[in-house]
Design a protein around this ligand. Structure first.
Ligand SMILES: Nc1ncnc2c1ncn2[C@@H]1O[C@H](COP(=O)(O)OP(=O)(O)OP(=O)(O)O)[C@@H](O)[C@H]1O
Ligand SMILES: [Mg+2]
Length: 102
């Protein structure tokens, strides 16, 4: 059974991304399988991990245009990446689609 941990705060720069990466890495160290979902259009988590642009992002998956394909960042650590080029219209639509999964 999986456990979902969400890190959200309206205030910027309070350590959400840093916490997500480090909690994820810590859980991997403890032998857990982790999937990090990056829903931030800034894609700081994805960029911090040095992950490449990937055609299947959370955006296409939420629109039903592609399967949800996690990017294997390292053993036991997958990442769902956001679109790295992100027009405002896409952001609004993503948030609307994401309401259905929260
Ligand atoms: N525990 C900490 N101690 C000191 N500095 C930290 C700590 N956590 C994060 N930082 C630093 O604070 C800055 C903001 O962190 P981070 O990017 O994780 O915040 P964020 O909440 O995700 O920001 P944003 O709202 O822009 O997405 C970064 O420079 C990061 O290195
Ligand atoms: Mg962040």
């Amino acid at each position: 059974m999986g456990l979902i941990i969400s890190l959200l705060n309206h205030k910027g720069g309070v350590g959400k991304t840093t916490s997500a990466i480090n909690i994820g890495a810590g859980l991997v160290e403890l032998g857990k399988r982790v999937c990090l979902l990056d829903l931030d259009p800034q894609a700081n988590l994805t960029i911090s991990l040095g992950l490449p642009r990937f055609p299947n992002t959370i955006y296409e998956a939420l629109r039903g245009e592609s399967p949800l394909v996690p990017y294997p960042a390292k053993d036991n650590l997958d990442v769902i990446i956001p679109p790295l080029i992100f027009p405002v219209q896409k952001w609004n639509l993503l948030m609307k689609l994401a309401e259905n999964i929260y």
